[in-house]
Ligand binder design. Structure first.
Ligand SMILES: NC(=O)c1ccc[n+]([C@@H]2O[C@H](COP(=O)([O-])OP(=O)(O)OC[C@H]3O[C@@H](n4cnc5c(N)ncnc54)[C@H](OP(=O)(O)O)[C@@H]3O)[C@@H](O)[C@H]2O)c1
Length: 366
C-alpha cells in the first residue's frame, strides 16, 4: 500500500477519538513493519491517555524495529500529561515516519520532525495535509488564534423557513438529519443559543446520541436583557450552562440563573445586546475549541455579521412553509446591497434521510 493509503488509514483511525479528546487534537497512527505488514494501529482517546503513536507502537511490539510509522499529526516532543512520542518512536527503533501535517501547536511546530531526523529517522510529511488540517480544524484554529472554530447549524424548509409563522419548528427535518445534529453537538465543546429560541423552543441542547462517551458540551444562552427564566430545560442538571448577559438583565434574574446552578457572565452591552465577538473570545480563553451555534436567526445574523462564524451546516427539508411572518434562516437587518452578502464556499452537499445537508466555509476576506 502507498504512503497516501496508510495516511488515509491513520486519518480514519483518528476519527474514533472525535468528541473525546478536546482540547487535544484527534490523532491516528499505523505501524507497517520492515516486511510490509500492518503491525499496529492506534488512536488518541482523550487527555491523559496514551497518544496514538504510542498505542500503535505497543501493539506492534518487536515488529516496530525498522518499521514505518504513519501518523495523522506530527509526533510530540514535549512532556505533557504523557511522555513525548518522539522518545517512544526512537526507543522502538522506527526507521521512517510519515505524517500528514505539522503540529501547529507552538510547543511542537516542526520540532518533532527535526528531533526524529537528528536521530537518523527518515521523515516525510505533508501527505494528505489538507484533509488532516480539516479533520482538526477546531484545534488548528484555536492553537493559531486563541479563538474557537464556530459552526453555525440550522434546519430549514426548502424555502428557507426555520419555523412556521406560529413559531412551531418541531420537526422540520427528519430523523437522520436530527441524529446528525446530535453528532455535531457531541463533537462540540459548547453549544450556543439565543434568547428567542430558548423562549420559544425550550431546547435542552444535550447530546442524545447512543453510546456517547464524551463529556456534555457547555450550553451557552445569550440573553442580554434577562428575558429567559431559569425554569426551562437549559437549566436542568444534565449538562453545565453558562448565561452570557449584560447589566440590562435584572439582578433578580441573574440570581435566579445562578441559583439554578448556571454560571452567569456579564459583558458590557453593545446597544442592548451581548457582544458576540467578545463572548466567542471568552469561550476560546476557556479552551473551548469547537463551538456550535444553534441559532436562532437573529443571533446567527449577528454572528455572521461580526465575522465569528467559520462553517455553516444547513439541513434543508423537502417542505415549503412560506409566510412573511415565519422566520427564515438568517434574521437581523441583513446585508445590502447584494454585493455585500456574506460569501460561502460549498464543501459538500449530501442527501441525509429525506433531507439535504449542505456544508460551507465562510469566506474570510469579507
Ligand atoms: N430550525 C432551526 O434550526 C432553528 C434553530 C434555532 C431557532 N429556530 C427558530 O427561530 C426562532 C427564534 O429565533 P429568534 O431570531 O427570534 O431568536 P434567537 O436568535 O434565538 O435570539 C435572539 C435574541 O437573542 C438576544 N441577543 C443577545 N445578544 C444578541 C446579539 N448580539 N445578537 C442577536 N441577538 C442577541 C436578543 O434578545 P433581546 O431582544 O432580549 O436583546 C435577541 O432578540 C424560533 O421560532 C425557533 O423555533 C429554528
Amino acid at each position: 500500500m502507498s504512503d497516501e493509503a496508510y495516511i488515509g488509514r491513520a486519518l480514519a483511525l483518528a476519527e474514533r477519538g472525535r468528541g473525546l479528546v478536546s482540547p487535544n487534537p484527534i490523532v491516528g497512527a499505523a505501524v507497517v513493519s520492515a516486511s510490509g505488514a500492518l503491525a499496529g494501529e492506534g488512536w488518541h482517546e482523550g487527555p491523559g491517555t496514551a497518544h496514538a503513536e504510542v498505542v500503535a507502537l505497543r501493539e506492534a511490539g518487536e515488529a516496530a524495529r525498522g518499521s514505518t510509522l504513519y501518523t495523522s499529526l506530527e509526533p510530540c516532543v514535549h512532556t505533557g500529561r504523557t511522555p513525548p512520542c518522539v522518545e517512544a518512536i526512537l526507543a522502538a527503533g522506527v526507521a521512517r515516519v510519515v505524517s500528514a501535517m505539522r503540529d501547529p501547536n507552538p510547543i511542537v511546530d516542526g520540532r518533532g520532525f527535526a528531533e526524529l531526523e537528528r536521530n537518523g529517522v527518515e521523515v516525510r510529511h505533508g501527505v494528505l495535509a489538507d484533509e488532516a488540517a480539516r479533520q482538526n480544524e477546531a484545534f488548528v484554529k484555536h492553537v493559531r488564534t486563541g479563538l474557537p472554530f464556530v459552526t453555525w447549524k440550522m434546519a430549514a424548509s426548502l424555502d428557507g423557513k426555520v419555523a412556521a409563522r406560529d413559531g412551531s419548528s418541531r420537526w422540520i427535518t427528519g430523523e437522520s438529519a436530527r441524529a446528525d445534529v446530535h453528532r455535531l453537538r457531541a463533537w462540540s465543546d459548547a453549544i450556543v443559543v439565543g434568547a428567542g429560541t430558548a423562549l420559544i423552543d425550550d431546547p435542552s441542547l444535550t447530546v442524545r446520541e447512543p453510546g456517547y462517551r464524551g463529556r456534555p458540551p457547555l450550553r451557552v444562552l445569550v440573553d442580554g436583557r434577562g428575558r429567559v427564566p431559569a425554569t426551562g430545560d437549559l437549566f436542568d442538571d444534565v449538562a453545565p450552562t453558562l448565561v452570557a448577559t449584560t447589566d440590562l438583565a435584572p439582578p433578580e434574574r441573574r440570581d435566579e440563573w445562578e441559583d439554578s446552578g448556571a454560571e452567569v457572565v456579564v459583558l458590557a452591552a453593545e446597544g442592548d445586546r451581548v457582544p458576540i465577538g467578545e463572548l466567542v473570545s471568552l469561550l476560546g480563553k476557556r479552551d473551548l475549541q469547537g463551538v456550535l451555534l444553534e441559532g436562532g436567526p437573529t443571533l446567527a445574523f449577528a454572528a455572521i455579521e461580526e465575522g465569528v462564524v467559520d462553517k455553516v451546516v444547513l439541513y434543508f427539508a423537502p417542505k415549503l412553509i412560506g409566510g412573511v411572518d415565519a422566520p427564515t434562516v438568517l434574521g437581523g437587518r441583513g446585508f445590502a446591497p447584494i454585493s455585500s452578502a456574506a460569501r460561502l464556499r460549498v464543501r459538500s452537499f449530501d442527501p441525509i434521510g429525506e433531507d439535504l445537508k449542505v456544508e460551507a466555509d465562510v469566506h474570510r476576506d469579507r
